[in-house]
Design a protein around this ligand. Structure first.
Ligand code: ZN
Length: 210
């Protein structure tokens, strides 16, 4: 059987595309990649690299094993509050699925409740679960919005992500200081007034600003 990149991932084990490689461990494959890059995988500095890569990739993709619904379930509260709730400047680190290189930045999440609110600490947790998977920024944005929509059916949800992509920066496609902005607006956030209120609160340098 294939050695999965994350030691605990049964599903991924079954999804091994090339059965010809299934007899090799992840460490052996990383060793081979180092060799193909023109390196000597057996020199002192690289000896432990395959094991480190396996471990770090398992960590960076651990979101596959976590259930966003389960995380929110224990932290939903009945509440009459019906003004906008905003959690802004949530740090995000993810891996682009096209190059397996990091993209990173800030996530801003807002919703207008309809009878239920989410424990505030759960929103950064939700961002983490989806970002510890291979992603594209657009899908990550949408998944966060959809998870909140599904959990509490609020009047609306808005999610904005501002991120910088190493796959673009390192290859010179993107200027060093430009960032990519994506947004997902559901329900009342599709109305101009609500959306503008959200975006202006995001831009404010408040207690949560940096
Ligand atoms: Zn990329």
């Amino acid at each position: 059987m294939a050695q999965p990149i994350a030691l605990s991932k049964q599903v991924h084990q079954e999804a091994a595309i090339d059965q010809g490689l299934s007899g090799f461990s992840t460490k052996e494959m990383v060793h081979e990649i180092l060799h193909r890059l023109g390196e000597d995988p057996d020199r002192a500095g690289l000896l432990a690299t395959p094991a480190r890569v396996e471990k770090s990739m398992a960590f960076l993709t651990k979101g596959y094993d976590e259930n966003p619904t389960g995380i929110l379930r224990g932290a939903l509260f009945d509440e009459d509050y019906d003004e906008m709730v905003i959690v802004k400047d949530i740090e995000v680190f993810s891996l682009c699925e096209h190059h397996l290189l990091p993209f990173f930045g800030k996530v801003h999440v807002a919703y207008v409740p309809k009878g239920k609110v989410i424990g505030l600490s759960k929103i950064p947790r939700l961002v983490e679960v989806f970002s510890r998977r291979l992603q594209i920024q657009e899908r990550l944005t949408r998944q966060i919005a959809d998870a909140i929509q599904d959990a509490i059916a609020p009047q609306g949800v808005g999610v904005v992500i501002e991120a910088r992509h190493l796959c673009m920066m390192m290859r010179g496609i993107e200027k060093q200081h430009s960032s990519t902005v994506t947004s997902a607006m559901l329900g009342c956030f599709r109305q101009k007034e609500t959306r503008l209120e959200f975006l202006s609160l995001v831009r404010q340098q408040g207690a949560g600003g940096q």
